[in-house]
Design a protein around this ligand. Structure first.
Ligand code: FES
Length: 139
């Protein structure tokens, strides 16, 4: 009987592999400036934590209960978002994540939507907190 091996390294882009394998952003800072949590129809959950400095995203970290594709998507969002202002960060879309990764399977495009959804919730919280208390801005 022939065994078909599934070789992740043969079928995926370098960007995908880098983003899928990274685990150094798996953390939950105690006092994030923005926090968002979203659970998808598939049952996976992404939590995003944002740290801002001088009005720009300094650090994005996350916790997830999800698949390798979701990890790749969350890492991509972090990479795209760090250094951006709030206005610039709102422009990051699931399509940006899919384009960056190049080989995210079509059947997992919802992972990009889920991760971006959690990211948007974190941006919304940051926005809400800073509209009512601008002195919270970290320097
Ligand atoms: Fe559910 Fe990836 S399979 S978000």
């Amino acid at each position: 009987m022939e065994t078909k091996e599934f070789d992740l390294f043969q079928i995926h882009s370098r960007n995908y592999l880098e983003m899928a394998m990274r685990t150094d952003r798996h953390e939950a800072p105690a006092n994030p400036d923005g926090y968002g949590k979203r659970t998808g129809d598939c049952g996976d959950t992404v939590e995003m934590f944002l740290i801002f400095r001088y009005g720009r995203i300094q650090n994005v970290s996350f916790r997830l209960n999800g698949c390798l594709n979701t990890n790749a998507c969350a890492n991509t969002i972090a990479q795209l978002a760090e250094g951006k202002s709030l206005e610039e960060a709102w422009k990051i879309t699931p399509e940006d994540v899919i384009n960056y990764l190049e080989t995210l399977p079509k059947s997992h495009y919802h992972c990009a939507e889920l991760a971006v959804g959690a990211f948007y919730l974190a941006l919304a919280e940051y926005s809400r907190l800073n509209r009512s208390a601008p002195y919270r801005w970290r320097k």
